[in-house]
Design a protein around this ligand. Structure first.
Ligand code: XIL
Length: 353
């Protein structure tokens, strides 16, 4: 299949170009990078091919929705771990590692949590939630997205945080409380700040990279553990990638002794022309450019896509195409056939990219 080979060569060439430029650790031979996917529980339960694909392609599993407050805390006093437990058991039975997503987010909250009114209540609920959830999976979920999407869309100096119930009731300290509680509950867990829109070639993305670094530096200065930044990497096909900006970001992360992880990779193809083969090639090339930029400067701890097959993806609903054609955001098509993007990802998984 020429397209798969071409995509792979593209990724390798980009990494080689980074190495030739002498950027950081890229001078070392490429190492395999664990690859994984988010798993959605209803699909996991009903579609055996979905389970097979997770088993076959993944080193890492991320419960897509089942560790969110909405799923765990539908009733305020009672935790419902049914979905998360099932996915964790599957990962363990198949010797996959796990990422936990996520302990604090302004979205996917049950109605009662959105109605909290006092600082004391918010702090009590947040601390209690993180203690119970992290403790349940202590030593089993190795990495947590401690906070998700806390950075404002277009941050201005002095105003880094998104307006959420946590920011309204607790102020900037919501991030400190979350990391401190997670670290205290499982001192061996890797703790990550997860966010999006770091890769586009626009000033807003550069500002967001700076804010992410500032938040981590501030946590470290206070003695609160933080181990890395998760880049969601929902890549817009029409927007392109800021290769230089990403490479600088990787060097800044190195300087702060922080890891990077790619946590929710997929391609938003709503503005691309209709031809499916062309869309798949463009998506693979975009992923190749993005991963080439990151990995030539710093090896991520993991590369995780937000699903595996175009049959199921949040991109369909969230970024619908004008022509109503099915979105093609992921490495397998809707019938589980490998697309060019898979070859790019497998190159990194094998360590040949
Ligand atoms: C999405 C899931 O994929 C959907 O199934 C759910 O309905 C909404 O959330 N950024 C995140 C993820 O951090 O948690 C989101 O996941 C996608 C955007």
């Amino acid at each position: 299949m020429p397209t798969r080979r071409m995509a792979l060569r593209g990724a390798a060439a980009l990494v080689a170009a980074g190495a030739a430029a002498g950027s950081g650790s890229a001078t070392a031979a490429p190492q395999p990078i664990p690859f994984g996917s988010a798993a959605e529980i209803d699909t996991f339960r009903k579609d055996p091919r979905y389970r097979e694909a997770l088993t076959r392609y993944c080193d890492v599993i991320v419960p897509m929705n089942d560790l969110k407050w909405e799923a765990l805390r539908h009733d305020q006093p009672r935790f419902d771990f049914s979905g998360a437990d099932e996915l964790v058991a599957f990962a363990e039975a198949n010797r996959k590692s796990l990422r936990g997503h996520t302990l604090l987010w302004g979205e996917a909250l049950p109605p009662w949590a959105k109605q909290m009114t006092t600082r004391a209540e918010a702090e009590r609920e947040l601390v209690n939630h993180i203690e119970i959830v992290v403790d349940r999976y202590k030593g089993r979920i190795a990495t947590w997205d401690v906070v998700n999407e806390v950075i404002k869309n277009d941050p201005q100096p002095g105003e880094p945080y998104r307006d959420t119930i946590w920011q309204r009731l607790l102020g900037p300290e919501h991030v400190d409380i979350a990391f401190r509680t997670a670290a205290r509950t499982d001192p061996k867990a890797r703790l990550v700040l997860n966010d999006f829109h770091f890769e586009e070639p626009v000033p807003g993305a550069a500002a967001r990279r700076k804010v992410a670094l500032d938040i981590c530096r501030r946590l470290k200065d206070k003695g609160i553990p933080v181990h890395g930044i998760g880049m969601q990497a929902h890549l817009y096909a029409e927007k392109g990638i800021d290769v230089d900006g990403l490479q600088r970001f990787m060097r800044d992360l190195d300087a702060l002794d922080l890891d990077v992880e790619i946590t929710e990779l997929d391609v938003i193809d709503w503005k691309l022309p209709p031809d499916p083969g062309q869309r798949d090639k463009t998506a693979a090339a975009l992923v190749s450019t993005f991963l080439g930029a990151v990995c030539s400067a710093k090896r991520p701890k993991a590369i995780v896509t937000w699903g595996l097959t175009d049959r199921y993806s949040w991109v369909h609903e969230t970024f619908p195409r004008k022509d109503s054609a099915r979105a093609r955001p992921l490495p397998l098509d809707a019938d589980y056939r490998p697309k060019p993007m898979l070859a790019v990802l497998e190159g990194y998984r094998r360590g040949t990219a």
